[in-house]
Design a protein around this ligand. Sequence first.
Ligand SMILES: Nc1ncnc2c1ncn2[C@@H]1O[C@H](COP(=O)(O)OP(=O)(O)OP(=O)(O)O)[C@@H](O)[C@H]1O
Length: 387
Amino acid sequence: MARNIGSQYTTERVLGRGSAGTVWLGRGPDGPVAIKVLREDLAADAELVERFAHERRTLLGLEHPRIVGVRELVIDEDGTDLALVMDLVRGTDLRAHLNRHRRLAPADAVALTVDVADALAVAHRAGVVHRDVKPENILLDATGPAPRALLADFGVAQLIDEPRRGTTSRVVGTPDYIAPEIVEGLPSRAPVDIYSLATVLYELLAGFTPFGGGHTGAVLRRHVTETAAPLPGLPDELWELLQQCLAKAPASRLRAAELASRLRGLQPALRGLPALDIESEEETAARGDRTAEENVEEPEAPRGAVALVRGSVSDPDRVTHTRMRVPDAEELAGGANGTARLPRTPGQRRAGSARHGAAERRRRLAMTLGAVLLAVALVVGGVLALA
Ligand SMILES: Nc1ncnc2c1ncn2[C@@H]1O[C@H](COP(=O)(O)OP(=O)(O)OP(=O)(O)O)[C@@H](O)[C@H]1O
């Protein structure tokens, strides 16, 4: 049902829902807009409303073709509505795009990443850190010949989470995309956005994030202790860039403008390359491999591998935005064995899988038998020589 937002806008129908509220297709004096109406409990939080009002200039001031512009901040006097009026993006978000395509050709993945890096370069220059770069916050404008990415929700995560940030025992963000320094309780500066964007790029190429899968604590630990598994078939230069932006040390990551320019430089060489021919364990299981593995008599040797169900691109229960406890030092150190999902080319066995284990056992048995036969032959030979 249409309702008025402030004196100038009306809502028409729901475009989507997020943790902070509902986004509506709306109408204003200059035509259609998107209106994010924040949840009632947030709108009723006087401190939060004040923070929004205070940050009004920042929210409204970021203007760039690759940033979803905020046109108006509506604060109802009676405290019922707190809404952001935004430019309407005609298309979809990157999460929906990824759900449909599973993984993108390197040139397409890089083109979208360049758009977001351009947006971040402008924001970082203005001293604004996004803090929640993820496919859900990247909108795709589908009105041109190829989709263009726009980064949405600047500053919103920060404003909403502010009161809880005083406590160092909590980290805020979306687990799969959160930078290691946030997990360690350090402040979020511009490099956190670069890390999250590199995670998105990895996901666009692989179909899954480098450190996702399993429960939130395991995901956080991997961000701090593990390195991303290489993606077979990815051109070396692109892999090097990805690794650099996924560096644990924030200072080692590229700045947004440099990332955009380096990626642009790679674009000609990527043209025409197909999407990577790799799959996650989840996809292997979907192809019926799991049944075969379960039929092998001995269970898989425990490696601590985490099921790939949660956090996968098609998981409707995916944790998208949450507050988490900062893992203690012991928990963070527990990742030495590595628990992240590893990319495999289709049909390739995972080291440690039951079938791989059975083959390994057969190989070891053959080697042992060979060694015994050799020893017997040497003894017999020695006895005969002495006789
Ligand atoms: N400016 C816009 N134009 C068109 N659609 C939009 C716009 N902003 C948001 N949407 C749609 O609304 C959906 C919900 O957006 P919202 O920002 O509330 O949540 P989210 O980013 O998906 O999740 P969360 O807020 O929990 O991190 C988006 O996924 C997108 O499909």
